[in-house]
Design a protein around this ligand. Structure first.
Ligand code: ADE
Length: 287
């Protein structure tokens, strides 16, 4: 090949390379993973970015009955489906929100939380839904606002049975934090909706199990000092902590996680779900 032709070819190839790299960095290009060079940083900021006035609040639930009232009250301007899950963008009680029924269990909750943070740049996250009452004093239709959470099913299965492992959490004791201010706002809203005697603040235990066993309730009390159990809260809080996005977990008791939990849940689940949603509405009004 002639020297001049080689030169033209290499200029054209370089231009194509530069243009395609520019397209990728604009977010218009294909999803590619790149290995950073020694002069690039591979770290992306963990926190959400932007003007918090214009950032929406993310509201996530597991089930449709937990989101129903909020969807009915909201003015939804757009719905984006990501990974088969609908993210409803709009206004609720004067606040910009993204409402999502993330799905049941830790995996779906973590995925939904990650999308709220990374696709919608939410400034905070509120989980609302129902749970099983674990604390002796916590009755059906009472409300629990998480002070922190644990993954009760994270650990090792051994010949001596299950051994819980604190490494699933954030703090040394294995607990996962929530935002104090946001949780306090949730508590105040809950008290104004239900009355102080029906609202508790304490630890919530999360696992991929519907708990319907008095024996396991005693275990959750003794091992974790938990006052409620459910299947998503700690996963939401774990991902929110990872990205340093404030979050809170609001749960109404649909049952007592005991031997008759399935029946109690059938009877009280919808009312409990609505109670938590009302608390979210009040919280948004007060913000
Ligand atoms: N959500 C509502 N009740 C529950 C229970 N008993 N266990 C786990 N998640 C729940």
């Amino acid at each position: 090949m002639k020297k001049s032709l080689r030169l033209i070819l290499s200029v054209v190839l370089s231009a194509v390379l530069v243009l395609s790299l520019a397209a990728c960095s604009n977010g218009n290009g294909p999803a590619v993973s790149s290995t950073p060079t020694s002069t690039e940083s591979s770290e992306v900021s963990g926190t959400t970015s932007g003007d918090s006035e214009s950032q929406p609040i993310g509201i996530i639930t597991a089930m449709s009955n937990e989101l129903k009232m909020l969807l009915e009250k909201a003015e939804i301007s757009e719905t984006k489906t990501i990974g088969g899950v609908d993210y409803n963008i709009g206004k609720l009680e004067g606040q910009d929100v993204v409402l999502v029924q993330g799905g049941i269990g830790k995996a779906m909750a973590a995925a939904g939380t990650s999308v709220l943070i990374n696709e919608f740049n939410v400034k905070s996250i509120i989980f609302t839904g129902i749970a099983g009452g674990v604390g002796d004093e916590v009755k059906v239709l009472d409300e629990v606002i998480a002070t922190d959470l644990v993954f009760h099913d994270y650990g090792n299965q051994t010949n001596d049975g299950f051994v819980w492992n604190a490494e699933g959490g954030v703090n040394e004791d294995g607990s996962i934090p929530v935002d104090k201010d946001l949780s306090q706002k949730a508590y105040e809203a809950a008290v104004s909706v239900l009355g102080e005697e029906h609202v508790f603040q304490g630890r919530i235990a999360t696992g991929d199990q519907f708990v319907a066993s008095s024996e396991y309730v005693t275990y959750l009390q003794d091992e974790f000092d938990a006052i409620a159990c459910e299947m998503e809260g700690a996963a939401v809080a774990r991902i929110a902590a990872q990205y340093e996005v404030p979050c809170c977990v609001i749960r109404a008791m649909s049952d007592k996680a005991d031997g008759v939990a399935h029946d109690t849940y059938e009877n009280f689940g919808d009312t409990a779900a609505d109670n938590s949603a009302k608390i979210v509405l009040t919280m948004l009004q007060n913000m």
